[in-house]
Design a protein around this ligand. Structure first.
Ligand code: SAM
Length: 212
């Protein structure tokens, strides 16, 4: 099985327990992190990548046309039920972040929370984010990543084991991955040391659109 199929199968299996397992962390801290993540999100068309079971729904901008996508059909089933229950206005799409079926420059804003730790090729996924953002559009990420302190070395050491049991990478270099994907990181806020961070990035305007 390739890595994407493995991740999809893992989240398909996890979907029915995802919310109950995550509830304590959601109530304790994640909801306040999510509120901060969404504070600057605006625009006519907004995409959420890896929407999971819809934990970000309460923060969706009311006036925007929202699209929520995920790799796992079972996670999307949960999100579909939640959309009906909470009356959220969003299109739901089954898709791989590494090959987004949207035209270049389709979105004003793109949001992802705790997704790029699992996407098998994060730079490829982030390049897709950069591609489908309008020039100058913004991407907001809430992600855990490799610490720059000595803890980073421990993360490197334990990562293979953690990936084997959970599919999650704990040592992704998400900030440099975003830059490698061609976006400009404009702002970073540490939420839990330098491990859980909020990142605002901008799709770089192409030289042609700058009057050349
Ligand atoms: C840890 S969950 C986070 C869910 C949600 N964003 C949240 O904050 O609760 C990771 C999500 O990313 C999705 N995912 C992983 N790899 C993906 C990919 N290549 N394309 C799209 N979604 C992906 C998983 O199916 C899962 O729903």
């Amino acid at each position: 099985m390739d890595r994407s199929a493995e991740i999809k199968a893992r989240y398909d299996r996890l979907a029915s327990r995802y919310d109950s397992w995550g509830y304590p962390m959601e109530a304790l801290i994640m909801r306040s992190w999510r509120r901060r993540l969404w504070a600057g999100v605006k625009g006519e068309r907004v995409l959420e990548v890896g929407a999971g079971t819809g934990n970000n729904f309460p923060f969706y901008a009311k006036g925007s046309s929202m699209v929520a996508m995920d790799l796992s059909g079972k996670m999307l089933e949960r999100v579909r039920r939640r959309r009906e229950k909470e009356g959220v206005n969003a299109d739901l799409v089954l898709m791989d972040a590494q090959s987004l079926a949207f035209r270049d420059g389709s979105f004003d804003c793109i949001v992802a929370s705790f997704v790029f730790c699992t996407v098998p090729d994060p730079v490829r996924g982030l390049k897709e984010v950069a591609r489908v953002l309008k020039p100058g559009g913004k991407a907001f990420f809430l992600e855990h990543m490799r610490s720059n302190s000595f803890i980073g070395r421990l993360m490197d050491l334990f990562n293979p084991l953690i990936v084997k049991f959970s599919g999650v990478n704990i040592n992704r270099k998400t900030i440099s991955n975003i830059e490698e994907a061609g976006m400009k990181v404009e702002w970073v806020e540490d939420l839990f040391f330098d491990i859980v961070r909020l990142i605002e990035a901008r799709a770089v305007e192409s030289p042609l659109s700058e009057g050349g």
